[in-house]
Design a binder for this molecule. Structure first.
Ligand code: GDP
Ligand code: IMO
Ligand code: MG
Length: 422
């Protein structure tokens, strides 16, 4: 069976931390979509690690880490990630396996991303500019280059054909993007040389065999449900299916093989990049969430927009993914708040609704809030559910009832140890 771990909001819920916490229970950790737009943070032994493409189980000796076919890989960023891991003496060739069907991000994909964003002006998506959109466009357009292509001598010709197309396309955007293609290609080739030292696999066959042998697999999602290409706040989304179904196509796992679906959410909400965010705060509560929660993008360093928990959106994510277990992150950040609000409905077209309308832009949607008592106690040293303050327990009980799914982990700090199981 394959368990899934998915972000239920706009990303950065704390997926990396929880995958790291849970890896001891699994034999295989597998990424199934997204690419280096992701920034997954892990903390243990006083060190903080940020992973972009490499699955978050990499620091555990017991687990194999698989980068699945649904992922897009930038050889340049991948090499940097590997360089950062060097001092940890991980046996990368046996612990990290790459799907031959994963697509490659070319330097010109990044340029196209930048040109597309620049040409949109104020309407830009707020992309991480890692070339994600253009790479998935080439995948679905049937022009992409895959990891498996690197095993054939003619990969450079394929690269050239695609890069030439991209250079021509750059002109259509009508914006000036400065670049030195030779320099970009040099680092790209260096990245590819490093990648080629790794183990490439037919990941769908590998997963099938692993399941037949009764191996325990955890699929690690990137981004969050509200950034899903189909179900997110389109067009302000990423270019992959971040929801449960994405794990089937991104790993070659049949739907019937999915076991638990672990949904991760913050005790409040954040979003980085543009797009609607009904519960966004522009006051001192939002400022405190950002400051105490250290809400800066792990990939781009951009400040994250902060707001109250949006239960309408969370319920939608729970439904789309079939979440069986919930994990609430960053509860510690709300310590000291005199009150906490949760959006329980939207006012939409003069009516109160509890589903997500087609467009949740603030022009159409106003949040309706329910207020909860805050708590003063610092949570960061707590290790048991019984220690949690009663106001937080009331908040958790309310959410469990509203979502009809148990909250089985409450996270009270960034470190591996700051995790309370219930
Ligand atoms: P991911 O993309 O879902 O893996 O999440 P990110 O790593 O982008 O962002 C989560 C941030 O919150 C990271 O800086 C984590 O170290 C941090 N974090 C995770 N869980 C907690 C928590 O319970 N409390 C606090 N204060 N920080 C946390
Ligand atoms: P993790 O896995 C938060 C956002 C970008 C932008 C939109 C499209 O760390 O949770 P893209 O680069 O995909 O074209 O950007 O999606 N975005 C993320 N926001 N966490 C992420 O990943 C994100 N990956 C992309 O900010 O709004
Ligand atoms: Mg992140």
């Amino acid at each position: 069976m394959v368990d899934l771990l998915l972000g239920l909001q706009w990303g950065d819920e704390g997926k990396g931390k929880i995958v790291d916490v849970l890896t001891k229970e699994y034999d295989i950790i597998a990424r199934f979509q997204g690419g280096p737009n992701a920034g997954h943070t892990l903390e243990f032994d006083g060190i903080k690690h940020v992973l972009h493409t490499i699955p978050s189980g990499i620091f555990h000796k017991n687990a194999i880490n698989v980068v699945g076919n649904g992922v897009v890989i930038d050889p340049v960023i991948f090499k940097k990630e590997l360089d950062n891991l060097e001092k940890f003496a991980i046996d990368i060739t046996s612990k990290l396996l790459i799907s031959r069907k994963a697509h490659v991000i070319l330097p010109t994909h990044r340029l196209l991303d930048a040109a597309s964003e620049a040409s949109k002006g104020k309407a830009k998506i707020g992309s991480t500019l890692k070339g994600i959109g253009p790479t998935y466009m080439d995948k679905t357009g049937r022009n992409g280059m895959r990891i498996g292509d690197l095993e054939f001598d003619n990969w450079k010709e394929k690269y050239r054909t695609l890069a030439n197309k991209h250079e021509a396309l750059l002109g259509f955007h009508g914006v000036d993007i400065e670049y030195d293609l030779q320099e970009l290609e040099d680092e790209f080739c260096e990245g590819i040389a490093t990648l080629k030292k790794l183990t490439f696999i037919d990941s769908e066959a590998y997963m099938f065999d692993a399941m037949a042998q009764g191996k325990k697999i955890l699929a690690e999602g990137a981004q969050g449900s509200l950034l899903d290409i189909d179900f997110g706040t389109y067009p302000f989304v990423t270019s992959s299916n971040t929801t449960a179904a994405g794990a089937c196509t991104g790993l070659g796992v049949a739907p019937g093989k999915i076991g638990k679906v672990l949904g991760i959410f913050k005790a409040y909400a954040t979003r980085v990049g543009s797009g609607p965010f009904p519960t966004e705060l522009f006051d001192s509560y939002g400022e405190t969430m950002g400051r105490v929660g250290n809400e800066f993008g792990a990939t781009t360093g951009r400040p994250r927009r902060c707001g109250w928990l949006d239960l309408v959106a969370l319920k939608y994510a729970v439904q789309i993914n079939g979440v069986t277990h919930l994990m609430m992150m960053k509860a510690d950040v709300l310590s000291g708040f005199d009150m906490i609000k949760v959006c329980t409905a939207y006012r939409y077209n003069g009516e109160q609704v509890q589903h997500l309308p087609y467009d949740i832009d603030s022009a159409y949607v106003t949040p309706v809030y329910q207020e909860f008592k805050g708590w003063a106690k610092d949570l960061t040293q707590m290790t048991k559910a019984e220690q949690l303050p009663s106001a937080l327990i009331a908040y958790i009980d309310f959410l469990e009832k509203a979502l009809n799914v148990p909250i089985t982990i409450v996270s009270v700090g960034p470190d591996r140890k700051q995790t309370i199981h219930r």
